[in-house]
Design a protein around this ligand. Structure first.
Ligand SMILES: C=C(C(=O)O)c1ccccc1
Length: 358
C-alpha cells in the first residue's frame, strides 16, 4: 500500500497523509500586509494536504522583501489569519505558518522611511525583488549590529506568539533560500568577525538561537525549520556546505523534540543535482521528522518514503494548480497545468479558481 497516503506524526503534528503543501509566495496580501481576503478559500480548498505550510510571512516591517506579502506581527494580521486557520481546521486540515525575515533580499521602497535592508554584512546580493515599480535590483544592505541580534530573536518570539493567537498548529522557521538566517549561515553573505561570523559554530549561532527561542514559545514539537543547503537562490552560496549544514542540523537536534526539518534538495524550483550533497548524512543527525522537497512527483515521493529517506514530501507548484492534489495523486489522475502568469499578484484568477476533479 502506498506510504504517501498513510498517516504520520511529526512532533505534535498529526498528518492524515504525507503530502505536504510547500510554502508558496503569491503576493496577494491586502493593505496592512494582511493575508488575502481569498486566503481562507485558497487554503481551505487545499485542506486535504497532510500539512499546509503557509506562504512566507514576515515577522516585522524590516522582514518584508517583496510587494504584498503578509505579515504575522500585528493584531490586524492575527485577526486576518484567524479565518484562514479556522477554515482549514473546519475541513480537517493542519496548518503551520512560515516565519520569514528576508534580510538583504529587499528594497528601500518596501521598508519604513529611511530604512535599508539588514544583513550579516554589508554585501549586496546579486538578486532582484519586485516592488510597486516591478522587478528591481535589491538595495545595498547594512550589517546588523551585534546589539540588534537580541531584538531580531525577540521579533521571532513575538511572531510566534501572534501565530499561536491566530490558532496555527505550529510554525516553520524560514532558514532557506538566501534569506536572513541563510545569509548568516553561508559565507557568501556572512563576513562578520564577531560571534556570529567566521567559524561554522559562529555562523550557525543565529539559526540555533532563533529556533530555540521559537521552540520555547510554542513548543519544540510544534516547530519546524526549512533549510536549502546548496540552493543558489537569491545569490547565496557557501564554500563548504556539507560540514556547515551537518553542524547546523546537529545544533537543531540538540534543542530536542523539534517537529521536523524541511529540506530543499538542489536548486529551489530547479536542478536537483546542481551540487553534490549528502542529504542522508544530514538526516542521520536529526531525530525528528524529515520533509523533502523540490521537483518530486508521485513515484519519486513514494520511492523516497519506501527507502526511508523521508517521512513526508512537500509539493509546491502542483498544489497551486491542484487544490485536490492528494486525491489526484491517490487516483493517478491527471494534474491541472500551472498558469505561470498568475503565480504572483492579482486576485482569484490562478488562486482560487483552479478546478477540482468532479
Ligand atoms: C519566499 C520565497 C522563497 O522561499 O523562495 C519566495 C519569494 C518570492 C517568490 C517566490 C518564492
Amino acid at each position: 500500500p502506498d506510504l504517501l497516503f498513510s498517516p504520520v506524526r511529526l512532533g505534535a503534528l498529526s498528518l492524515a497523509n504525507r503530502v505536504v503543501m510547500a510554502p508558496l509566495t503569491r503576493n496577494r496580501a491586502e493593505r496592512g500586509q494582511l493575508p488575502s481576503a481569498l486566503a481562507a478559500e485558497y487554503y481551505g480548498q487545499r485542506a486535504s494536504a497532510g500539512l499546509i505550510i503557509t506562504e512566507a510571512s514576515q515577522i516585522s516591517p524590516l522582514g518584508q522583501g517583496y510587494l504584498d506579502t503578509p505579515g504575522i506581527y500585528t493584531p490586524g494580521q492575527i485577526a486576518a489569519w484567524k479565518p484562514v486557520v479556522d477554515e482549514v481546521h473546519a475541513r480537517g486540515g493542519r496548518i503551520v505558518i512560515q516565519l520569514w525575515h528576508v534580510g538583504r533580499i529587499s528594497h528601500t521602497s518596501l521598508l519604513p522611511e529611511g530604512e535599508v535592508p539588514v544583513a550579516p554584512s554589508a554585501i549586496r546580493a546579486e538578486a532582484k525583488t519586485f516592488t510597486e515599480d516591478g522587478f528591481v535590483d535589491v538595495s545595498e544592505p547594512r550589517a546588523l549590529g551585534l546589539e540588534e541580534i537580541d531584538g531580531l530573536v525577540e521579533d521571532f518570539r513575538h511572531a510566534t506568539r501572534c501565530a499561536m493567537e491566530a490558532g496555527f498548529d505550529g510554525v516553520e522557521v524560514h532558514a532557506a533560500n538566501g534569506y536572513l538566517i541563510d545569509q548568516f549561515l553561508r559565507d557568501g553573505a556572512n563576513q562578520r568577525s564577531d560571534a556570529y561570523g567566521g567559524s561554522i559554530e559562529n555562523r550557525t549561532r543565529l539559526l540555533f538561537e532563533v529556533v530555540q527561542a521559537v521552540a520555547e514559545v510554542i513548543g519544540a514539537e510544534r516547530t519546524g525549520v526549512r533549510l536549502s543547503p546548496v540552493t543558489p537562490a537569491n545569490g547565496l552560496h557557501d564554500s563548504d556546505p556539507q560540514p556547515l549544514f551537518e553542524r547546523a542540523v546537529e545544533r537543531l537536534d540538540s534543542i530536542g523534540g523539534l517537529a521536523y526539518l524541511h529540506v530543499i534538495e538542489g536548486a529551489t524550483g530547479g536542478d536537483r543535482d546542481i551540487a553534490p550533497f549528502d542529504y542522508a548524512a544530514l538526516r542521520a543527525k536529526f531525530g525528528g521528522g524529515w520533509i523533502v522537497n523540490n521537483g518530486y512527483d508521485r513515484d519519486m515521493a513514494e520511492a523516497a518514503l519506501e527507502r526511508g529517506a523521508a517521512d513526508a514530501v512537500a509539493f509546491g507548484t502542483a498544489f497551486i494548480s491542484n487544490p485536490d492534489l492528494v486525491r489526484r495523486l491517490r487516483e493517478n489522475a491527471p494534474l491541472n497545468p500551472l498558469d505561470k502568469d498568475t503565480l504572483y499578484g492579482g486576485g482569484a484568477q490562478g488562486y482560487t479558481d483552479y478546478p477540482t476533479l468532479d
